[in-house]
Design a protein around this ligand. Structure first.
Ligand SMILES: Cc1cc2nc3c(=O)[nH]c(=O)nc-3n(C[C@H](O)[C@H](O)[C@H](O)COP(=O)(O)O)c2cc1C
Length: 243
């Protein structure tokens, strides 16, 4: 890692009065907000149940990072609920599909991939969440939990979870408007998404833990991401917890 690169980045992307970057938006080059895998096998998900569950204040006060999991699988409905809570479409206003978590400029740079180990009725494998359709797209069938654990700095929770949410940023979606400052917003966006997941998991009686310690290249290789245009930036493990 280059010494002081973070300091340089932070000071170089400050907004200063009278010195905002001059940049005209070119709407013809606005990147799409969805990634699709048209050839993938698709698994439809049930509609989210937004009527039931614990109240918000209970959920906020009870949330803790949980790292020890039992082998009980989670249900497809629970997975659907959590995916919707993280990035589901919750409103359509003037032609824009707005999501459960806020996003700078409504540019939605974060893609969700899933390591599925134990979800009733869904084969283990790596999947991509198709937001608009609220469906899963199968990318790789089979058990890749050891590779995901390795990519999470060998942390056990990334292997033993029922599901690991793996978030990757498509930087150009945000850079199109915010130029280099986009690198601040992309990570803020991911934080909102991850917190929604933590709260949704808690509301469902499941345990979750954020994972920021990761070997970028290993996870990018696993998901066939180039690490420049799109790169894994954050993960969360979810399962029935032992305590
Ligand atoms: C950005 C970020 C990265 C984190 N990375 C990891 C991680 O790699 N492994 C882990 O076990 N916990 C990780 N955590 C969880 C923190 O250790 C945890 O939130 C903290 O100890 C406070 O405990 P609490 O979440 O139970 O309130 C991360 C949390 C955040 C916000």
């Amino acid at each position: 890692m280059t010494p002081d690169i973070g300091d340089e980045f932070y000071s170089g992307t400050r907004y200063q009065r009278g010195k905002l970057p001059k940049h005209n938006l070119d709407w013809s080059t606005k990147p799409p907000v969805y990634k699709e895998y048209p050839d993938a096998r698709r698994i439809p998900l049930s509609s989210p149940d937004i009527e039931n569950g614990l109240g918000l204040w209970d959920v906020i006060s009870k949330r803790r990072s949980k790292r020890a999991y039992n082998v009980q699988p989670i249900s497809q409905k629970e997975l659907s609920q959590m995916l919707w809570a993280t990035q589901g479409v919750s409103a359509r206003i003037s032609g824009s599909a707005l999501r459960t978590a806020p996003s700078a400029g409504a540019l939605y740079p974060i893609e969700t991939y899933l390591l599925i180990n134990r979800v009733i009725g869904i084969d283990p494998g790596l999947y991509h969440y198709s937001i608009e359709a609220h469906e899963l797209e199968l990318l790789k069938e089979g058990d890749t939990s050891k590779a995901v654990r390795a990519g999470a700095l060998d942390q056990q929770l990334a292997e033993t979870a029922a599901v690991v949410f793996i978030w990757a940023a498509v930087f150009q979606r945000s850079k199109w408007k915010y130029l280099q400052r986009a690198y601040r917003y992309v990570f803020l966006d991911a934080g909102h998404i991850a917190q929604n997941l933590a709260l949704a998991a808690e509301a469902l009686g499941l345990g979750s833990c954020q994972i920021g310690a990761l070997y970028d290249d290993e996870l990018n290789n696993l998901l066939d991401l180039d690490g420049v245009e799109e790169s894994v930036i954050y993960m969360s493990s979810v399962a029935h917890s032992r305590r």
